[in-house]
Design a protein around this ligand. Structure first.
Ligand code: FAD
Length: 527
């Protein structure tokens, strides 16, 4: 009760401050209970993201919520005040273009609150994951990191079905986009694997939604770029967790053989699990630097095949990356199953790289690369990433124009490419994909170092991204940006296409003052 009063007091003070003076020193008084903080470290953290590309004016304050009610109170206050202020949920801040930031408003720090000093001292913290083994789902706080979701469900021998490549992302953050990885061809993106959500809307109402209850809100929030509400709880579908993974990479010098095989493998989605891979991804190799290979740790120096000896066509090689999950009790059949599947593929003979590891180690693979890059000072650098969904019918044009053309021979980071089946995406969600049954993710995950020998400069890479988008436009390749970044109304309307009218209408209903997630730059706050 005391905490509630303090939070209310803090919000009232915030309103006065925002409306009358905008004086940050006033805000110091708001941190009294440790929930609303104007601590410079908190404010600094909330004004940065993984991209390190934008640095807008910092937020006025940061809320470390312990419950959905804390968030509802804050948003209600923002919505009901004469002056108004923006509120942006921030998960792990792994956006590229300031999507989780808000100038002159309050950032709700969803992830990491369990470690927050004030909250810990007061004994209040967001709820822990709750696994329902019989029903095969888990209820998690919106700020929970996927690595922690995994750890909790593994205690019951269960795991979510659909992943991102990297697990230090928040549930609310990835569900606001889609959440994709090599399992998406089979299980759909993470947003296709959610049973129910609790959401605080832009009016401060805390609502439960699912297919059956408040279904329009449910679909709008999934892939909704944070525009309609703050996800405080997600109920995520689980499956029995595999124990081990056979992880295989094979190389191609011919793009059409590569893409044909990728498309063949994802066409097997309806087959019994013994007759398909569990994960299908791939990447493009145009150079061999450390940055490029931060995901490629198992091409060991002892490999019998030297990449340069493969005489890649047009200077480019393609690596298909596939996995097969298994239980130790069925280990005897795994070799045979893999062999049968590989037999159908047309990779360069003698380029099969195989490793075998625990399921959790496979899922958490990028974190190992992160630690390596951190130790070399190569992680906290600008990341001008560009993620595109490319329709299958145009992927060969994209290869010719971008991989073999615009990129040159120094990519400055990994370039992923893998196809997905559109029928695994719910067309009622806010997520936007190309209008074809199969489309590819092409992820240009580049790092820009000031004096990098292995990377280009930020300016060079930003210009190159613009060139790629211009090329697609000129060549009639109707790409959709994943994790989209636009700054004009027209661009957003174009991005959403025939979903725009509905998206706009839902915004007017659920966040009429445009308080939420203003860092996406889709709507301008109306106060
Ligand atoms: P933030 O950056 O904190 O927030 C992103 C957006 O979501 C913001 O608009 C924010 O306001 C909103 N938001 C955050 N929390 C909530 C909430 N609880 N309710 C409502 N809105 C909310 N993506 C993939 O799909 N697949 C990958 O394999 C993948 N790998 C990645 C690897 C790395 C190293 C990085 C940096 C990113 C990767 N991403 C991947 C992208 C990632 O999914 C998105 O950037 C995602 O938004 C990051 O989650 P976050 O918790 O850091 O979100």
């Amino acid at each position: 009760m005391a905490t509630k009063l303090l939070l209310t007091f803090a919000i009232c003070r915030l309103l006065v401050t925002v409306g009358l003076t905008l004086d940050p020193t006033e805000l110091l008084l708001l941190g009294v209970d440790g929930q609303i903080s104007v601590d410079p470290t908190d404010v600094e953290t909330a004004s940065l993201d993984f991209g390190l590309l934008t640095r807008p004016a910092p937020p006025l304050a940061v809320l470390h919520p312990a419950s959905a009610q804390d968030i509802a109170q804050l948003v209600k206050a923002a919505y009901g005040s004469n002056f108004g202020f923006t509120v942006s949920a921030r998960g792990h801040g792994h956006s590229i273009n300031g999507q989780a930031q808000t100038a002159n408003g309050v950032v709700v720090q969803m992830s990491g609150s369990k470690r927050g000093g004030g909250l810990q001292a007061s004994g209040r913290k967001p709820p822990e994951p709750r696994v329902w083994p019989g029903e095969r789902y888990v209820d998690v706080w919106g700020g929970e990191l996927w690595i922690d979701v995994l750890r909790s469900t593994l205690e019951y021998g269960l795991a979510p079905k659909s992943w991102t490549d990297y697990l230090y992302l928040s549930v609310g953050g990835t569900l606001s986009n889609a959440g994709i990885s090599g399992q998406a061809f089979n299980h759909g993106p993470q947003i296709s694997n959610v049973h129910e959500l609790d959401v605080v809307t832009g009016k401060g109402d805390l609502l439960t939604c699912s297919e059956e209850q408040n279904s329009e809100l449910f679909h709008a929030v999934l892939g909704g770029l944070g525009q309609f509400g703050i996800i405080t709880r997600a109920r995520i579908s689980l499956e029995p967790a595999p124990q081990r993974v056979r992880w295989i990479r094979v190389l191609y010098s011919n793009f059409s053989a590569f893409s044909r095989d990728q498309e063949y493998l994802i066409s097997l989605h309806a087959q019994p699990s013994s007759q398909k891979f569990d994960y299908v991804e791939g990447f493009v190799i145009v150079d061999e630097g450390l940055i490029n290979n931060w995901r490629s740790s198992f091409f060991s120096p002892r490999n019998p095949v030297k990449i340069s000896s493969l005489d890649p066509n047009g200077g480019v090689l393609y690596c298909l990356e596939i996995t097969k999950n298994y239980q130790e009790s069925t280990a005897s059949t795994i070799d045979k199953e893999v062999e049968l599947l590989l037999k159908k593929l047309n990779f360069i003979p003698a380029t099969v790289f195989t490793t075998d590891l625990l399921y959790v180690d496979f899922l958490d693979r990028v974190h190992k690369a992160e630690l390596k890059l951190r130790s070399k000072g190569l992680w906290e650098v600008p990341h001008p990433w560009l993620n595109l969904f490319v329709p299958k019918s145009k992927i060969a044009d994209f290869d010719k124009g971008v991989f073999k053309g615009i990129l040159g021979n120094k990519t400055s980071g990994p370039i992923l490419i893998y196809p997905m089946n559109k029928n695994k995406w719910d067309h009622r969600s806010s997520a936007v994909t190309p209008d074809e049954d199969v489309f590819y993710l092409v992820a240009l995950l580049r790092s820009a170092l000031d004096n990098g020998e292995e990377t280009h400069s930020l300016e060079y890479l930003s210009n190159q991204n613009r060139r790629i988008l211009r090329f697609c436009n000129d060549a009639g390749i109707n790409v959709k940006q994943y994790l989209p970044h636009y700054t004009t109304h027209e661009e957003w309307m174009d991005h959403f296409g025939n979903k725009w009218d509905w998206f706009y209408q839902m915004k007017m209903e659920l966040d009429p003052r445009h308080i939420l997630a203003s860092g996406q730059q889709i709507f301008t706050p109306s106060f």
